[in-house]
Design a protein. Structure first.
Length: 199
């Protein structure tokens, strides 16, 4: 479980895909424990880490963090499009005692949303994102939460087949959204509380 508050970004060292899945290696940027946690809180084998919002199990830890992904994950996410040098968002899993600064994020991606437009509004950027399936619209609530690339964001506007989120300078500077452009696909996880309410 995560909160959607990105702790680090990292660069991809290698990304190898085939019909059986994907092997991903990134630079280990998790070199300091979260505030108040002991040294063993550093990234280690078997730990769950969010990579662009995807709950990922560390296969190998050290200077490089390595991950395996199955075909189903690649189908639902944008991970298969990653290449060497790309920047990804990282978040370690939530621990008892951590502050829930964002919202409850499971790391289970619902699909890929396409950037329809990026507009400057004052000191922020407004991203309009097309939803991957019209059936997901019922989970979009004005001023509700959504996770985009693993980032906890507030829905600013609900449109016919899309929604808008506004990105403040801090979020833009500290996540991979600053590298995104119109037409790019983003990992979307709709709010679990909205899903339970619908169910």
């Amino acid at each position: 479980m995560f909160t959607g508050i990105i702790s680090k970004t990292s660069k991809i060292v290698s990304a190898t895909s085939n019909k059986n899945g994907m092997f991903l290696e990134i630079e280990n940027k998790i070199k300091k424990a979260k505030i108040g946690l002991p040294a063993e809180a550093l990234a280690k084998e078997g730990e769950s880490i969010s990579i662009n919002g995807v709950c990922s199990t560390v296969k190998k830890a050290g200077k490089i963090l390595a991950f395996d992904y199955m075909p189903e994950t690649l189908k639902l996410t944008n991970l298969a499009q990653l290449k060497k040098g790309d920047i990804v968002n990282l978040e370690q899993s939530l621990r008892f005692g951590d502050t829930l600064s964002g919202h409850i994020v499971l790391g289970h991606i619902d699909g890929k949303g396409k950037i329809e437009s990026i507009q400057k509004e004052g000191n922020s950027l407004a991203f309009e994102i097309r939803i991957p399936n019209k059936a997901f619209k019922k989970f979009l609530i004005y001023k509700g939460s959504v996770a985009v690339e693993g980032i906890s964001l507030t829905i600013a506007k609900v449109l016919k087949d899309s929604f808008t989120v506004k990105i403040i300078p801090h979020t833009l500077e500290n996540t991979n959204l600053k590298f995104k452009k119109k037409g790019d696909l983003l990992n979307i996880e709709f709010d679990i509380l909205a899903k339970y309410a619908q169910q």
